[in-house]
Design a protein around this ligand. Sequence first.
Ligand SMILES: NC(=O)c1ccc[n+]([C@@H]2O[C@H](COP(=O)([O-])OP(=O)(O)OC[C@H]3O[C@@H](n4cnc5c(N)ncnc54)[C@H](OP(=O)(O)O)[C@@H]3O)[C@@H](O)[C@H]2O)c1
Length: 293
Amino acid sequence: MRVLIAGQGAIGSVLAYRCELHGLDYRVLPRRQKQSIEFQPLDAACLRLPSAQQNPASLRGDELLLLPLKAYQVQSMLEQVSPYLSTQTLVLLHNGLGVLEKARHLAPECSFIQGITRLAAYKQQHRVTQTAQGDTHLSWVSEVNQSREQKVHAVLEELLSPVYWHQDLSEALWRKLVVNSVINPLTALHQVRNGQLSQPQYQAQIQTLIDEARALMQGLGIRGHEDLERAVAEVIEQTSDNYSSMYQDLMQQRPTEIDYINGYLCQEGQRLGIATPEHQAVLEAIHAQQAAT
Ligand SMILES: NC(=O)c1ccc[n+]([C@@H]2O[C@H](COP(=O)([O-])OP(=O)(O)OC[C@H]3O[C@@H](n4cnc5c(N)ncnc54)[C@H](OP(=O)(O)O)[C@@H]3O)[C@@H](O)[C@H]2O)c1
């Protein structure tokens, strides 16, 4: 089974490296002309990724297409390739929610896997450095036959190990969404590292964001809302030295994933008739900062 990797970003390069390591047949779908990526693995010497480029017009239908893109990039990527897509399996690997429905509309014959990963890497120009191994949680969100399921599982378990398969990923997706909806905008707005959010002056705002998100989870019947405070506190502690992706995106004047994190929570609030004023306030504050840069 040929693996296609959309883009040459941080996570995409980790996946290309893993394909190299396991001798898998893979290609990349770059945005423009393919870049030459220098990749620094966690535990091996730096190497140049020799990934070959795929012409979308020559897709066959049986490929496994990995989409390690920012949430706001998935739709335009799929618009570019949708004329050539047929029955591929697509793996969505982004932070935030609200993309799956649009992706399905653009690739109606494809089967989908939704995932969240704790792999970590960052890209500076043409160099990608992996910073954590991290587990990955995946779930099929389409019907699939057993033979294809087995082939896809074998590949993804090589590429994303350790992988945990779920019948229903809603709880894991929402818990990650809530953690991101607190840490990302607050670190970006207050211009602090993740660990500084454990200081007393941020606790009231963190609790309000959690309470609003918990009401949404309860409204939707999603489990796992009881100990959201602990989930947020653990990530703040485990990543205390890090600058969040939203902090870095704002500093570098790049778009952020806010519309798919706090924005998604606000949309769900409107749909369910549940107030989310604190999420709305941080959404507007991040939009204002983006507009000012
Ligand atoms: N990096 C991490 O440690 C990490 C950890 C956990 C979760 N995540 C999540 O994983 C997702 C991917 O993150 P990332 O850090 O890997 O992002 P990234 O480094 O920005 O990678 C995205 C890549 O996709 C490329 N791209 C965008 N649109 C494209 C298109 N239409 N065709 C081809 N390539 C296209 C981008 O190219 P340009 O550079 O030209 O824009 C960029 O190289 C995000 O949702 C992020 O929140 C990341």
